[in-house]
Design a protein around this ligand. Structure first.
Ligand code: SAM
Length: 282
């Protein structure tokens, strides 16, 4: 694995089991995040763009959607710190010459100054050790006045996809869950004032944070849903930390299964979600 400097811990995390779980569940995760992708893409509007950058692009689903949406001469560059996730992204985009991927830390990567006409991200910008440094670096890669558009998660209690699995683990293995405010992770930007401060101190203007309520949905069976939630998200983090033996893992799976069943109606499992849709100009 490459050396990810200040973001070494996140580099290790995303190249290890969590990144591999995303690869394994790539298709189902992209479907679950379908409503949120639509919200993100609607917000891009009909801006005519040539070169777009997708930050923390992971397995490349949004990069590929961008390439399919934009004019033929447009290019899409995805940057990510996770080699396994980029491996999947490259495999999926093999027939799309306008899409390319860079394995690097977006906080430190030496982007070509002023190259991009737009920058997007679906949940890929909350993991930086030094967010003002990262956002200043991203801004330097953008044409002056061009738009940054990304989505990130609102607080835990407004996101059942995270809170229900986490509570299931905490009930099973009683332990204190300590939320470290603003620390790198899915909820790093759940405090709007903190996020606004980062954008402004990184030199962005016209910064806007819109709160949008939506759902994370799946037509997976409860068995499939429970298996995904034990491997991805806040519940999964708590499962890994609990280091349970196989018998206890099987018992815990049954509890996840109960939750998944309780959320299913007419063949669809739904979790309430709240996101921030963030726009800002370089
Ligand atoms: C929650 S995943 C989202 C992936 C993808 N955007 C999606 O929606 O499917 C977060 C992504 O951010 C990437 N990431 C974390 N820190 C990063 C960094 N410093 N530079 C680039 N990518 C990073 C991770 O490897 C991971 O792919």
């Amino acid at each position: 694995m490459a050396n990810y400097g200040e973001n070494e811990a996140q580099g290790k995390f995303w190249n290890d089991a969590p990144g591999q779980s995303w690869v394994k569940h790539d298709a189902v995760m992209n479907l679950r995040l379908g409503n949120i992708s639509d919200i993100l893409f609607n917000r891009l509007g009909d801006v005519v763009v040539a070169n777009v950058l997708d930050i923390g692009c992971g397995t490349g689903s949004t990069s590929i959607r961008l390439a399919e949406t934009l004019a033929q001469e447009a290019t899409v560059t995805g940057i990510d710190i996770s080699e396994p996730m980029l491996g999947k992204a490259r495999e999926k985009s093999a027939n799309l010459p306008s899409v390319s991927f860079v394995a690097a830390d977006a906080q430190a990567f030496a982007f070509e100054t002023g190259k991009f006409d737009a920058v997007i991200s679906r949940f890929g910008v909350m993991f930086f050790e030094d967010p003002p440094k990262a956002f200043s670096n991203i801004r330097s890669a953008m044409k002056p006045g061009s738009q940054l558009t990304f989505v990130c998660w609102a607080p835990l209690e407004e996101n059942e996809f995270f809170s229900l699995p986490l509570q299931t683990v905490l009930d099973f293995v009683p332990s204190e869950y300590e939320f470290v405010a603003n620390a790198p992770g899915p909820l790093a930007f759940s405090n709007k004032e903190y996020l606004m401060g980062i954008l402004q101190s990184s030199g962005f203007s016209n910064c806007d944070i819109e709160v949008v309520k939506t759902t994370v949905d799946t037509t997976d069976t409860p068995e499939e849903d429970a298996a995904v939630l034990m491997q991805i998200g806040f519940g999964a983090r708590a499962v890994r930390e609990a280091e349970l033996d196989q018998k206890r893992m099987d018992d815990l799976y049954q509890l996840f299964l109960e939750t998944s069943r309780s959320r299913q109606s007419d063949g669809v499992i739904k979790y309430g979600a709240t996101i921030y849709v963030v726009t800002a100009n370089a």
